[in-house]
Structures are given as C-alpha cells and as structure tokens.
Design a protein around this ligand. Sequence first.
Ligand code: GDP
Length: 427
Amino acid sequence: MVKAIVGANWGDEGKGKITDMLAQDSDIIVRFQGGANAGHTIINNYGKFALHTLPSGVFYDHTTSIIGNGVALNIPVLFNEIKEIVDKGVPAPKILVSDRAQMVMPYHILFDQYEEERLGGKSFGSTKSGIAPFYSDKYAKIGFQVSELFMEEKELKEKLERVLAQKNVLLEHLYHKPLMDVDDIYNTLMEYKEMVEPYVCNVSAYLDKAIKEGKNFLLEGQLGTLKDPDHGIYPMVTSSSTLAAYGAIGAGIPPYSIEKVITVCKAYSSAVGAGAFVSEIFGDEAQEMRVRGGDGGEFGATTGRPRRMGWFDCVASRYGCRLQGTTDVAFTVVDVLGYLDEIPVCVGYEIDGEVTTEFPVTHQLEKAKPVLEVLPGWKCDIRGIKKYEELPENCRNYIEFIEKHIGYPITMVSNGPGREDIIYRNI
Ligand code: GDP
C-alpha cells in the first residue's frame, strides 16, 4: 500500500515524526518534492536529527530511502547528511536517487541570495537554498538531471556553456557579481558525480516492481498545502507542489496507487517567511508558545529563525486537508497547549464585513480578520497518555471541536515528539 504523509498548513506540522513512526511498518520511503530548504526534526534512540534531504525513514535497517525525480537534489547536502547519521551510529541506510532528479547547481544558491538581496524589503524570505532558481531552470528546460553527470565530457560542457552564457549576463548586468566559468562548474559536477554514483537508480522502474510485489511505501511531503504554488498563498509559496497528488509525479508512480493520504495538522499554527497569516499572535503571547512549541521551540530546522505563531486555523486547515485529499488527519503537538487557561481557535475569516469559512485567494486573504472561538484549556501534561479516553475532557473537546470544523477524521493524536508518543483513534 502507498500512503502519502503531507502537511495541511504552512509546514513544520510534524510530518517527520509521523513518517519516522509509520516507517516501522514500511519498506520504502520516498521524498517526492522540495529540497534542502526545509527540514524535519526527528528524535529517536540514536539521538536528535535535522534532516533536510534524506527521507525520515533512514533510521531503520529494513527500509529503502528514495530521492524521487521531483526533488531539488543538493548532492553535497545529501552526502553530508548520510555521513552525519552514519557518524552518529545509525547503520548505513539503503538510499536510491532517481536518475531523473535534477540537481541544485552551485549557482542556484548564489542566484537565490543575490535575488533576495536585490529585492531588499520586498524579498520572499527565502531560505536561500537555491530552490526557486532551481525550479525556474527546471521548467525553463535548462536544468541538469543526475543522469547528465554520466554524459560525455564534451556534451556536458557544451550544455554548460549554453546555460552559463545566460546566467553570466544576469550576473554581470543585474547582480554585478563575479562571472562563472564552464570548467569550474564542470569540475564541481564531477565531484557531485563521485558522491552520487553509488545511489543512482531508475526509481520509477524500481517502484513499479515494488508496487507489484505489494510493498508498503510512504511518500513524504515537505511543507504544506498553503505553500503549494497553485493552491497556496501565492507568491509566498514554495516552488514545487506540496500536495499528495504530486507524490505520484515526483516519485514516478500511478496516481491511483496512493491509497491513503495522512495529512498532518498541528494543534496550533506556525509559519515561516512572509505572507498573510490570519490567526497570527504577537509579542509575549507568541513568544511563550514559540518557546514551548514543538520539541525545543518553534525555530527553523534549517535556518534557526523564529517561526511566526498563531492559534489553530480551521479555515486554512479544512482547505489544506481538502486539497490534500485527506483520508486521515494526524493531529500533532497537542501536549504543548497544556499551559493555556483558554485556547482561542480561528473558525472563520471576516473579509470586508462578511464572515466566510472558505479559504480565499491571496489578495482577499490579506484583508481577512480571524473570527475566534475560545475553548477551555486542560491545564495539565498529557505526555505519556496512550489511550484517547484517558485524555482530559477539555483536551478531547478541543480535538473533536477541530475535527468537526475541518471535516476530516483525526485518527492519530501526537502527544510528544518521540515515536511512541501517539494515540490511535478508531473512528
Ligand atoms: P515537519 O517539517 O513537518 O516534519 O516538522 P518539523 O520537524 O519542522 O517540526 C515539528 C517539530 O515538532 C519537531 O521538533 C518534532 O520533534 C516536534 N514534534 C512532532 N510531533 C510532536 C508532538 O506531538 N509533541 C511535541 N511536543 N513535539 C512534536
């Protein structure tokens, strides 16, 4: 069976933890989009890890971890991540990299930085990992697939010459930065080739066989619905689709093979980067939640920057779950809210004096004000609880209130960062 694990919101919902947990019963875990711009934090018996490129199943010796063709592959980051986990005592994971995955080129990272510098106060708040320039080049058809590392030198250099001619015009006239040289980039690519060669595979053929053999796999998404370039808060979005539907494309499998879509929703909201965030809170109230949030605070796994914080947003989450095609909701980080006397929840948006529960397009979203309903808190620590009925009544009421508003079944409640901190609900 193929299951997708995706986010309903702005990312950082705890997909890594849910993937790591479900990987126990899986054979294959595939990353299908995004790059090293976001990270998953995983805590298990080997320690605490921030993964940016490797799928969250690398800690088991029975799983194969796959970088699908839809990923923006930064080869040195992948290589260093493998080294880091092996150095910390994790058995060398079995990793396959799609020969059709495209590579983040050294200049993609530079162009990301230069463009953010150029935009100044109007910047997107990019993590400067080269993801937007990477996907722009992919769709402008001047990207490089992993398979191209194995072409004849002459052919590869000819392509580099064509691509760099265009890049150098921008470097010279738009950014006023040093120009690039074909031989330098070629030599870097040959280093990449050496790093990636042991892992390169025809991934879609491999997965086709695995589906026929009845293997269990997880498709692990990065970020969440609201960062999807089509359905999110464009233009403050990421550059590849964050939706489960894209899992089929980014892994190279049939769309109908995805039988379950587990959408991860966090019990409060957080977001990084610029863009409208209707239920956002500020000041001390936000700081308290930020410091208590997640495991060790709500700070970016890649950048360390403080995340923006807010109350749970039913409008955004219902929309987020709908676009994912949710079969199950995993509701995470519920334990963190145990300090609050009362918990506001955003149940509607007021736009130009009218209340709506439909998530609007971006220019309307910017005008939206939250309609809040306040629920009583449960004022205790719920970590360690294993049965749903043993949760405090106010905590169950909070979960069921949200379930009713988003309209999708919450079948898992996560009450701590560890693999075992999970409550299954039969509904
Ligand atoms: P992802 O990108 O969706 O995987 O999310 P992140 O890894 O950026 O953020 C989730 C953070 O919350 C990580 O630090 C997790 O260890 C932590 N986490 C996940 N589930 C829970 C939970 O139920 N309770 C607590 N306290 N932390 C959690």
